[in-house]
Ligand binder design. Structure first.
Ligand code: NAD
Ligand code: TDX
Length: 336
């Protein structure tokens, strides 16, 4: 089987490429990635001589290129996106371009090249926010209510994918997943930023009161869920994927990492809140559990420890990421 993976040099895409080639070493992967600030070829170094992995440096908005690379693949797994909420607040334009227009280019190419099987990777942020004082979760019936430009652009892409199924019968599936964490996570996101800042002796910028809640899922568990959807998922269906740790606030996450790294709470610095900050996310993943037999393998404490260990052992990787272009953005984001 031959897969087109978009965004396979980013955090989840690169984990998925490695997951797939470990589990299905005879399959072929074409990895199309624009290498924005978030794409990192160093993450794919170990695959340089693997004849089953072909990297193509290119933009999913490039219609001609996309039509060329999609021609002989069996499945498209679409990860490529602008993915950081704070960046979308500073400038929404690239989010609409890549997340909405880029998805449309891919869908159209998938349709015109023989109705390719298409899996779209999306997020729980399309559903908006839950409150702290209720136990409810996002489920299969939750309506879309995105708040950030990032979430709105992902919602737009989800609607387009569904429209290509309803209108043209393109064989699609969609997954909306909660916050991932794990190896090769770009250190602008909360967990890797916290770990690497502590390792550098810097403060941890905690937004607002720090009581925001995310439903964290180890990236390998996300990859396994997508694998099952590709193998057994019902065409036209959306699957919700989530973690096992509802209720853990950002400040509790920080405290767990402080403990793992043997650091004191003096490193915590409360900073200006994110505008439109969603209070809580939590996903009811009972459908994918009952229908496809998926459940997360890792507890939060176990996989957080694994993640911290990975960052300790791979200092060279994240130090190179944190230098150069990344610092320019970092200073702009935290200058107040
Ligand atoms: P990331 O920012 O780490 O990686 C995105 C990758 O896409 C990068 O390699 C980048 O170079 C590439 N890319 C960006 N624009 C492109 C374009 N126009 N053409 C080709 N490639 C382009 O993102 P991530 O965290 O790995 O997220 C991957 C996907 O998963 C995204 O669709 C995101 O919305 C979704 N998602 C992420 C999370 C999470 O917690 N990170 C949770 C749920 C869903
Ligand atoms: O410096 C920070 N301080 C802080 O308190 C940063 C970067 C974040 N935070 C908070 C904001 C959130 O409540 O931590 C929480 C997690 O923030 P992010 O890592 O930016 O993730 P989030 O905004 O929740 O979105 C992530 O999960 C869903 C991914 O970036 C998205 O791509 C995915 O769709």
């Amino acid at each position: 089987m031959k897969l087109l993976i978009t965004g396979g040099a980013g955090f989840i895409g690169s984990n998925f490429v490695h997951y797939w080639l470990n589990n299905y070493p005879n399959d072929d992967i074409v990895n199309l990635d624009k290498l924005t600030y978030a794409g990192n070829l160093e993450t794919l170094k170990d695959l340089e001589n693997n004849p089953h992995h072909q990297f193509i440096h290119g933009d999913i908005c490039d219609t001609e290129l996309v039509n060329r690379v999609i021609e002989d693949v069996d499945i498209v797994v679409h990860f490529a996106a602008e993915s950081h909420v704070d960046r979308s607040i500073l400038d929404p334009t690239p989010f609409v371009k890549t997340n909405v227009e880029g998805t449309l280019v891919l869908l159209d190419a998938a349709l015109k090249n023989g109705k390719k099987r298409f899996h779209h990777i999306s997020t729980d942020e399309v559903f908006g926010a839950l409150s702290l004082d209720q136990n409810e979760k996002f489920d299969d019936n939750t309506p879309y209510n995105p708040h950030s430009p990032y979430a709105a652009s992902k919602a737009g892409s989800d609607h387009l994918v569904r429209a290509y199924y309803d209108t043209y019968q393109l064989p699609v599936t969609i997954s909306n997943c909660t916050n991932n964490y794990g190896p090769h996570h770009f250190p602008e996101k909360f967990i890797p930023l916290t770990i690497t800042n502590l390792m550098e002796g810097k403060k941890i910028p905690v937004y607002g009161d720090g009581l925001y809640v995310r439903d964290w899922l180890y990236v390998e568990d996300h990859c396994a869920a997508v694998d099952l959807i590709l193998q057994k998922g019902k065409i036209g269906k959306t699957y919700l994927i989530g973690g096992m740790n509802e209720g853990i606030s950002n400040i509790e996450v920080v405290k767990k990492i402080l403990k793992l790294l043997n650091k004191s709470e003096d490193s915590i610095e409360y900073v200006k809140d994110r505008p439109g900050h969603d209070r809580r996310y939590a996903i009811d993943w009972s459908t994918i559990h009952e229908e496809l037999g998926w459940s997360p393998k890792y507890s939060f404490d176990e996989a957080l420890e694994k993640t911290v260990k990975w960052f300790i052992e791979n200092e060279e990787w994240w130090k190179r990421v944190k230098s150069g272009a990344y610092l320019e953005y970092y200073n702009k984001q935290y200058s107040q």
